[in-house]
Design a protein around this ligand. Structure first.
Ligand SMILES: [Zn+2]
Length: 150
């Protein structure tokens, strides 16, 4: 049996940039829409999982990244330093950014592409729900969509 959730709790408005990319090296934002599908066995309550509980739990994971600047800390093209409550980022293109630390999430990724973000969110959800096969579908725009499953 499969179950799929989407909607307001699974949306994300975040900023990022992709180094060594023509257009996307400039900092910009996306309104991401995320869909999570789980596959598994129906339980003693005749449910795979309660929709409401599942949406709230996944929403809690996703919303930590909402209205933040997502910076890939494993990106070798970025020189990141944290001084007090400020983060400074120098890119291989010679750009220099400085943000309040609270506005930024340093992600353990090489790049904050939608591909790696979908995989990252998949892994966080899978950690909480190891009993299911989890698929995360993430749309950067309505026409640019990726899907990740284990
Ligand atoms: Zn982008």
């Amino acid at each position: 049996m499969k179950l799929k959730i989407s909607g307001d709790k699974l949306t994300l408005a975040s900023a990022h940039m992709l180094t060594r990319h023509d257009k996307c090296a400039r900092i910009h934002g996306h309104n991401y829409n995320i869909e999570v599908e789980v596959e598994g066995e129906v339980d003693e309550n005749s449910m795979l999982i309660d929709f409401g509980i599942f949406k709230t739990a996944v929403g809690k994971i996703i919303k930590q990244y909402d209205h933040r600047i997502l910076i890939p800390e494993y990106n070798k093209d970025l020189n990141i330093s944290i001084i007090d409550d400020q983060i400074t980022i120098e890119t291989c293109e010679g750009k220099f950014y400085r943000f309040p630390k609270d506005d930024v999430i340093l992600m353990p990724l090489e790049a904050t592409t939608v591909e790696l973000l979908a995989k990252y969110f998949h892994n966080l959800i899978k950690e909480q729900y190891p009993q299911f096969k989890v698929t995360v579908t993430m749309a950067e725009t309505p026409t640019s969509v990726v899907s990740y499953t284990e």
